[in-house]
Ligand binder design. Structure first.
Ligand SMILES: [Zn+2]
Length: 207
């Protein structure tokens, strides 16, 4: 606008003041029009709409950020749950293995019961009657046989990890007479070994 380009040296002269006044009035008029201007109004509203759109976009963005945070939290939860499930699966495997072992033991005990075996080995004690296995003669005149014997002393110090049944001292009752034997080792496997002791076989046994 021309009035705004008025030279500075003209401003102090009366003409200059006139020009200045006109310019100011023109500016007032311009502003008045602007205030009442529909396009200005529309622009203002458009700006408001833009501001609203930005606000909504911000809201949407914040909601999105929240969603991302929640998604991350859910993913962490899911990972933790998976790790826990894996641990539980391992524990379950261990428990199944233990259960299998326990079932095998139950089967073994049932079989032992059905077979009439001793489930708990008896502790040898003084006065009990056991079998002593005599030595046979090398020529075969006498065979190695079971003899009745009474425990006269126990030797718990002879128990080892390999041999968990203690040696005993015995009074052996041969048909021809008694003889006393010290620290006789336990042995109950076929073939019976001369000079050892064992619990008397059951009457339906093969020995
Ligand atoms: Zn025997």
């Amino acid at each position: 606008m021309d009035e705004a380009q008025t030279p500075m040296d003209a401003l102090d002269s009366p003409d200059g003041l006139q020009v200045n006044l006109r310019s100011a009035l023109a500016e007032v008029e311009r502003l008045r029009r602007l205030v009442g201007d529909e396009t200005y109004d529309a622009e203002r509203w458009a700006n408001c709409d833009r501001a609203e759109a930005i606000r909504q976009a911000n809201e949407k963005h914040e909601a999105h950020l929240l969603w991302v945070a929640e998604h991350d939290a859910r993913r962490d939860e899911r990972d933790a749950a998976r790790a826990e499930a894996s641990v539980l699966t391992d524990e379950l495997g261990d428990m199944r293995a233990s259960m299998s072992a326990a079932e095998a033991e139950v089967d073994r005990l049932r079989a032992a019961l059905a077979g009439g075996q001793e489930l708990i080995p008896m502790e040898p004690s003084i006065g009990r009657i056991v079998h002593y296995v005599s030595y046979g003669t090398p020529g075969g005149e006498y065979k190695s046989v079971c003899r009745a014997a009474i425990i006269t002393r126990t030797h718990p110090e002879t128990v080892t990890a390999m041999n968990n049944v203690m040696a005993v001292s015995l009074c052996v009752m041969n048909p021809e007479g008694l003889f006393f034997n010290q620290v006789v080792r336990y042995h109950d496997e076929d073939p019976l070994r001369g000079g050892t002791w064992h619990w008397p076989e059951r009457v339906d046994g093969s020995n």
